[in-house]
Design a protein around this ligand. Structure first.
Ligand code: AR6
Length: 171
């Protein structure tokens, strides 16, 4: 059975088929989890991203993982929170879904998501957690794949919010 797992660690250490990056539309790197992934993967990752030429909000693209333990990186561009009336919830759901679709296309069995848009992009944590968990769980219910989906939280308050969201599904 396909499952969601919640872990608190640095996503760059995850030994999974693919990790997801919370990127921006340029795909040229930045701070937060994006900076950490580019540092750990090495300069070839930036070269591949530059060749792709960008990605619109709500979408995702796949690259190799280079020096990471993960074979692939899925670069998802989450929405910047602008108060909630700019389609932010649908765009956030869309980037989770696109990553899952790409994972299936590339036969990825295990993958790890960070809390997309929950850092620099300022999405309210509880709402982002509900959207992420709902979107992932409905996809797993529908397709039965990928087998293991990790949500990687870097701070305990993020893990708490996602744990609440998972509990909400079970009620
Ligand atoms: N492993 C797992 N999670 C992490 C890590 C890590 N190594 N580092 C940070 N986080 P953010 P966003 C968490 O700001 O809000 C970048 O500059 C972090 O605590 O990385 O989507 C991009 O280039 C937070 O919970 O991504 C974009 O310009 C979550 O990852 C912009 O920031 C997301 O925080 C994207 O902003």
């Amino acid at each position: 059975m396909a499952m969601i797992h919640l872990v608190e660690t640095d996503i760059t250490t995850m030994r999974v088929d693919a990790i997801v990056n919370a990127a921006n539309e340029t795909l040229l790197g930045g701070g937060g989890v994006d900076g950490a992934i580019h540092r750990a993967a090495g300069p070839e990752l930036l070269a591949e991203c530059r060749a792709i030429g960008g990605c619109t909000t709500g979408q995702a693209v796949l690259t190799k993982g280079y020096n990471l333990p993960a074979r692939f990186v899925l670069h998802a561009v989450g929405p910047v929170w602008r108060g909630g009336n700019q389609n932010e919830p649908a765009l956030l759901a869309s980037c989770y879904r696109r990553c899952l679709e790409l994972a299936i296309q590339h036969d990825i069995q295990s993958m790890a998501f960070p809390a997309i848009s929950c850092g620099a992009y300022g999405f309210p944590l509880d709402e982002a957690a509900d959207i992420a968990v709902d979107t992932i769980q409905s996809f797993l219910n529908r397709t039965g794949k990928p087998k293991d989906v990790y949500i990687v939280c870097f701070q305990s308050r993020v893990k708490f919010a996602f744990a609440q969201a998972i509990r909400g599904l079970e009620e």
